[in-house]
Design a protein. Structure first.
Length: 351
DNA sequence: AATTCGGGGTA
DNA sequence: TACCCAGAATT
């Protein structure tokens, strides 16, 4: 029978070849949840060390729920998608306050929690509670679309339910190992390029392999064009202390620290930069020098940074803060105490 | 339904 | 370069 073939072979393969990963040492809801949040759009190899540090600092959901937000961001520094870190604390507090420290055991309740969507809910239910719920991520869509030769555009969110139903149909009695096995197969064998079909436990049933059309799947129709922005990074130094500010709690790199930064509208004007510092922070500055900065690539845009080295005008006394919640003057050795995204860490080396 | 969220590995 | 990654929230 087709269903038993896929399930049996996948489970057997997974139990034999699975990678030893820190979040596979136990299947507590807390550690499953923590690892799944970190693994969103982030590769396993990147997550491992972050996960270990995080779990050591916060062994239980109760530790995390009472954590200092700045400490969380410092631990998350460099991992990206920083709203995940903010949602992590919000979720931990809700679990402790509203659920007595125990994660809900149904999809509807789980998806009400910040940072938990359909994939993560399914992962928690299947991996922690061994419930028969699908957990469809990019790996699973690639595996299933190849196995069934599905000409379904995975870029359209509405098509995800097609894959969830396929997974349900293939699922057997061990959802925990089955869902993880599906993802493991996608991550290590059924890869986007150089797929290792000779090692595949379900090669005999795979339609794409039979038709030699493996690389036609998954169908993905959406092009992202990265926009390039010329950015001015303001390096304002007074008495060997640097001016830094915490970024707003929405938008790009929210809640992390950074230097003041603004788009260079008139590429040759210092006046615009001085006006920006006056408007945003109430600081009257002089731009003394412009130096080459760094390039940084985000998901949907590219920053070309130039460094605008400034001093305060003597007449300026008031350090007003308007748009930003927090500002600080710190010396270079203190920078490491604050969480900075990688774009600004590149600047550290230049100043 | 489309866009916005990082950063690194890989070919 | 361009693509992809154990996606979710917002517009």
């Amino acid at each position: 029978m087709q269903t038993e073939y896929f399930y049996t072979n996948l489970i057997q393969w997974y139990k034999k070849v699975q990678r030893q990963l820190p979040w596979r040492e136990s299947y507590q809801p807390y550690t499953v949840w923590l690892s799944e949040i970190m693994l969103q759009q982030t590769q396993v190899i990147t997550v491992v060390d972050y996960y270990k540090r995080f779990l050591k600092a916060y062994p239980t959901i109760f530790d995390l729920s009472s954590a200092d937000e700045d400490d969380i961001f410092k631990l998350w520094e460099g991992l990206g998608y920083y709203s995940r870190a903010r949602n992590l604390i919000r979720c931990a507090k809700l679990i402790v306050e509203d659920y007595n420290g125990d994660f809900p055991k149904n999809k509807k309740e789980l998806m009400k929690l910040p940072g938990i969507g359909p994939y993560t809910a399914g992962a928690i239910l299947s991996i922690a509670y061994n419930q028969k719920e699908p957990a469809v991520d990019g790996n699973v869509m690639r595996v299933i679309s190849r196995y069934r030769a599905l000409n379904v555009n995975i870029s359209e969110v509405k098509n995800k339910k097609i894959f969830e139903e396929e997974v349900q149909g293939l699922m057997g009695g061990e959802p925990r190992d089955f869902n993880q096995g599906l993802m493991e197969l996608g991550a290590t064998v059924c890869t986007p390029k150089n797929a290792k079909c000779t090692q595949c436990p379900v090669q005999e049933g795979c339609h794409a392999f039979a038709n030699q059309t493996v690389y036609q799947y998954p169908v993905k129709l959406k092009k992202i064009k990265k926009q390039t922005k010329e950015m001015a990074v303001i390096i304002l130094e007074v008495d060997q202390t640097l001016f830094i500010t915490k970024r707003p709690n929405t938008g790009l790199m929210s809640n992390l620290w950074g230097f003041p930064v603004t788009e260079r509208i008139n590429l040759h004007s210092y006046v615009d930069i001085e006006a920006y510092m006056e408007e945003a922070f109430g600081l009257k500055v002089n731009v003394n020098q412009v130096e080459e900065g760094a390039k940084h690539i985000f998901t949907h845009l590219i920053w070309h940074m130039k460094l605008y080295k400034c001093t305060l005008k003597e007449s300026s006394q008031a350090f007003k803060k308007i748009d930003y919640p927090e500002i600080l003057w710190v010396n270079r050795s203190e920078l490491e105490n604050y969480a900075f995204p990688t774009a600004f860490k590149k600047v550290f080396k230049l100043i």
